[in-house]
Design a protein around this ligand. Structure first.
Ligand code: CA2
Length: 143
């Protein structure tokens, strides 16, 4: 069975509780549940992880290298704009990588316009809210 890892970065555990005008009203659990159903319908296994710690995100990417994971869908949150370490970890992963942002980062502060992760990502989706994750999964499952 093909396997996809969905990784959410720092503060995304707060989704649905604050700043709904930017990040929407759905909780992370709502998003993950919808993705899990979508993956199951397509016959895919899915692991969803959220961490507020850079090293834990890196460890999850390392684990994906070794356990047969086909693709990673990642919203690195603020680490998008700062983390060479997450970029390096993704560069050591051979499968497909899709970067997702709920908000349109290019419409926001200048510091959000640059992404280290985009240097590795096969595709980037921004500004479509939680639909972005579902579109990323559709692309992953399409191969
Ligand atoms: O738009 C996105 O998905 C971001 O990755 C979200 C990050 C931000 O730093 C990126 O520039 C763009 C922030 C996630 C914070 O999520 C919260 C959710 C609810 C309440 C507070 C923070």
């Amino acid at each position: 069975m093909s396997k996809v890892l969905v990784l959410h970065g720092p503060n995304l555990n707060l989704l649905g509780t604050r700043q709904p005008e930017i990040y929407g009203r759905e909780t992370l659990e709502d998003i993950d549940n919808a993705l899990r159903e979508q993956a199951a319908r397509g016959g895919w296994e899915m692991l969803c992880r959220q961490s507020n710690h850079e090293g834990e995100l890196i460890d999850a990417i390392h684990a994906a290298r070794l356990d047969g994971t086909t693709a990673i869908i990642i919203n690195p949150a603020a680490y998008t704009h700062t983390s060479v370490a997450i970029l390096d970890a993704l560069n050591a992963f051979d499968g497909k990588v899709i970067e997702v942002h709920l908000s349109n980062v290019h419409q926001r502060e200048a510091f959000r316009h640059h992404s280290y992760v985009s240097l590795r990502a096969d595709g980037v989706i921004a500004g479509l809210g939680s639909q972005g994750y579902r579109l990323a999964l559709e692309a992953v499952m399409a191969g």
